[in-house]
Design a protein around this ligand. Structure first.
Ligand code: ADP
Ligand code: GLC
Length: 491
């Protein structure tokens, strides 16, 4: 199959969260299954063009916007270490600025930027003479491709037999836009805006809704989230939209690119380790602590609990902050965090570092090396998410023998299994209610097993034996693609 994967984030070029990881790991696997994917993303200013070996093509795109035309140039590169082509859409008015979605606040022309990008994907396919079987779009940023496929390009010979598959990574971000502006840019005009139209949602244009309604098939990133989002508590107001497409919606658990996330081959670590190598894992912890000036006099053997996260309400920072000082002031564990996000949370973690310099090793910033070190060096990883479509960080932790303590929601419920000390089964600890009380109960329970043989060994071994490889989920996507093609190619 010829597949266009269109995404606003693609790791390692530009990434803020798990979307970037998935956008690069899927095509890597599809190639192994004999498919022909290409990846298309914007040429952001922050992409390191020479380091990643991108070069300009001589292809200029004429991108229709409303009643006028704009231009883009295509750049070409490869996903590192592979032959998978990556095309960057260059338009300096839209993308030659720091940040992906904002810096730090949302750009006010995000509607125009993303509609331009979505339209340029079709023009890129034409310029490259690439006839896609599938256009695979991700989250609201590329949702308009699903609409364009079924409207502006529906009679274009190149897309006559193309199916659109739309993946929801996070319903919390839907792309709410002013109808006059957005529908003008998208070339529909206000005649497409009426109560119940596929663009309209509560009086605004909603890119996510358009993606869901126009797609041939819709996926989301874990089986549990695919059920949760059909209910008002998790749907962010989208339950009716989602249920209207219920037969075409399926949850596919995200997978991990183990070439990047495996302790046996991870170059970021102080020392690589295998299952059962608990001393080497501990060595990583000691070296990590040393970077913060923790010595043998500072009780380095305290449990180290880590977190790598966007700092948003979704991630449960509020219930963490209600209890963390109790643990730190009583010397119960040491905490380390890496994250960026909302200012109020960043301020709080800076305060914690100031108040407990030897116990709260918190870092505000974005740093790949540190994210790997925290996952490898911590004894436990926290993800008390309010909701979690899938979550990759807990899967990375599991691979590194770092025991997750998570809220039982979305993909966390699908990947973390409660440890049972009687049967020695399970790889982590879960709690149900989104309260600091239940969270603390799970932490306390998890801490009772800390380095307690044989439980600790079992926990780590069970964790490291789990396989969440992206090859499984890439195959599941291919099945959905075939299913989508059956729909557009009915005899
Ligand atoms: P989400 O996509 O909701 O942020 P995931 O767990 O699916 O959550 O993915 C998060 C990804 O982003 C992981 O690869 C994680 O390592 C990475 N990440 C998050 N924050 C940072 C940070 N501050 N520095 C480096 N990597 C980060
Ligand atoms: C979103 C979700 C996260 C998921 C990621 C990749 O950002 O918040 O749970 O793992 O997308 O699908």
């Amino acid at each position: 199959m010829n597949i266009i994967l269109a995404s606003a984030e693609v790791s390692p070029f530009a990434k803020l969260g798990g979307l970037g990881d998935i956008a690069s790991s899927l095509p890597l696997e599809w190639v192994k299954y004999g498919q022909t994917p290409i990846v298309i993303m914007p040429k952001y200013k922050d992409i390191n063009i020479p380091d990643w070996g991108f070069h300009p093509t001589n292809l200029t795109l004429f991108v229709p916007m409303g009643w006028w035309t704009e231009y883009a140039r295509l750049w070409e590169g490869r996903l590192p270490g592979t032959n998978v082509p990556v095309y960057l859409v260059e338009n300096n008015d839209y993308f030659d600025r720091h940040g992906i979605y904002g810096d730090p606040h949302e750009f006010i022309d995000n509607d125009r930027r993303l509609i331009f990008f979505c339209r340029s994907i079709f023009e890129a396919a034409k310029a490259l003479s690439f006839t896609p079987d599938i256009i695979h779009a991700h989250d609201f940023h590329t949702a308009f491709t699903m609409a364009f496929l079924k409207t502006h390009y529906k009679n274009d010979f190149r897309f006559l037999r193309t199916a659109g598959v739309y993946t929801v990574h996070n319903l919390a971000f839907q792309g709410w836009f002013d109808p006059v502006r957005a529908l003008d840019y998208a070339g529909y005009g206000m005649k497409a805006f009426f109560h119940g139209s596929w663009f309209e949602h509560f009086g605004k244009v909603n890119a996510m809704k358009a993606g869901i309604m126009f797609a041939d098939k819709i996926t989301t990133v874990s089986p549990t989230y695919s059920k949760e989002i059909r209910t008002p508590s998790f749907s962010e107001g989208m339950q009716d939209v989602l249920n209207s497409r219920g037969d075409d919606l399926i949850g596919i658990l995200n997978g991990v690119n183990y070439n990047e996330w495996s302790p046996e081959i991870d170059d970021f670590l102080f020392a690589k380790y295998f299952t059962g190598n608990t001393e080497v894992k501990n060595f990583n912890k000691m070296e990590y602590l040393r970077e913060y000036g923790i010595t043998e006099y500072d009780n380095p053997e305290l449990p180290l609990i880590g977190m790598v996260s966007r700092l948003t309400e979704q991630k449960g920072i509020d219930i963490l902050n209600e209890i963390i000082e109790y643990y730190l002031s009583n010397n119960i564990f040491r905490f380390t965090l890496l994250g960026t996000g909302e200012r109020r949370y960043e301020d709080y973690f800076n305060y914690l570092r100031w108040k407990y310099p030897k116990l709260a090793l918190t870092n505000i910033g974005y740093n790949s090396r540190k994210s790997h070190l925290i996952i490898a060096s911590s004894d436990y990883l926290l993800m008390p998410s309010k909701f979690e479509p899938c979550g990759l960080t807990q899967m990375y932790a599991i691979r590194y023998g770092t025991i997750p303590i998570v809220r039982s929601t979305g993909g966390l419920a699908d990947t973390v299994e409660e440890y049972n000390p009687e049967s020695f089964s399970g790889n982590g600890f879960l709690f149900d209610n989104f309260t600091s009380h239940d969270f603390a109960t799970a932490i306390n329970n998890a801490l009772t097993f800390y380095k307690q043989k044989p439980h600790w060994d079992n926990l780590q071994q069970n964790a490291m034996a789990k396989d969440f490889s992206s090859s499984h989920n890439a195959l599941d996507y291919l099945k959905v693609f075939k299913w989508a093609l059956e729909k557009v190619r009915l005899p």
